[in-house]
Design a binder for this molecule. Structure first.
Ligand code: DX5
Ligand code: ZN
Length: 221
């Protein structure tokens, strides 16, 4: 299986000093920057667009930026974020009229393509698009806010999607997003996740390095 990646969500960062805070979390050992895009339409909250992604690149952030689009429509944003330095782009199938086309569009810009499954979204949506996917993102909260608690049915969904990925023989990452903490990350990894988004657990901690190291200890145990 794949090397575990830790992806702090900037939703919980200090937004008034975003560049500095993102650099700090990367210096503390994070692998990927998780970038939550909310449109007050697909989800009941509003965050940031492509110019902020570009600003992080201009500031000197070189780590992969994982853009999680909680927006509808999605297609126009794909090009905007790709040009602004996104590395990975994912969207919710309910938010795109043409899921296969949106996935192709992401790869056509040279980015890694992912689909996001909400807590109530079935996994068979993946059946005919496995060859278009670089990662699958399982939501373990309802999208829209940081700091919610982990929904346990996500563990069964992880096991289900892990089996599908393994059966496909493809190199597809399995990412989890929502309520990930030091005290549940091991169980989440055992269910099949290899990429771990954590917002409040990391940015809410006094010591980023210690928190990320504690997560890695749990993953290694
Ligand atoms: C929720 C977002 C998450 C969120 C995670 O809609 O997609 O990325 O920031 O935050 P925590 O880790 O606090 O649940
Ligand atoms: Zn997210």
């Amino acid at each position: 299986s794949q090397t575990p990646l830790i992806a702090p969500s900037i939703l919980s960062a200090d937004l008034a000093r975003l560049g500095e805070d993102v650099q700090a979390v990367l210096d503390a050992g994070a692998d990927v920057v998780h970038f939550d895009v909310m449109d007050n339409h697909y989800v009941p909250n509003l965050t940031f667009g492509a110019p902020i992604c570009q600003a992080l690149r201009d500031y000197g952030i070189t780590a992969p930026i994982d853009v999680h689009l909680m927006c509808t429509p999605v297609d126009a944003l794909i090009g905007d974020f790709a040009k602004a330095g996104a590395s990975w782009i994912s969207f919710h199938p309910e938010a795109s009229q043409h899921v296969d086309r949106s996935l192709q569009l992401i790869r056509s810009h040279g980015c890694k393509a992912g689909l996001v499954l909400n807590p109530a979204t079935p996994t068979h949506i993946l059946d005919y698009v496995m060859d278009r996917l670089d990662f699958v993102l399982i939501m373990s909260v309802n999208p829209g806010f940081g700091g919610q608690s982990f929904i346990d049915s996500a563990l069964d969904k992880l096991r289900d999607v892990r089996a599908r990925i393994d059966a496909s023989g493809r190199d597809i990452r399995l990412e989890i997003d929502g309520g990930v903490k030091v005290n549940n990350i091991r169980q989440i990894a055992e269910a099949g996740a290899d990429t771990f988004v954590a917002g409040s657990a990391i940015f809410g901690a006094d010591d980023y390095a210690r928190t990320i190291a504690a997560m890695r200890d749990e993953l290694a145990a």
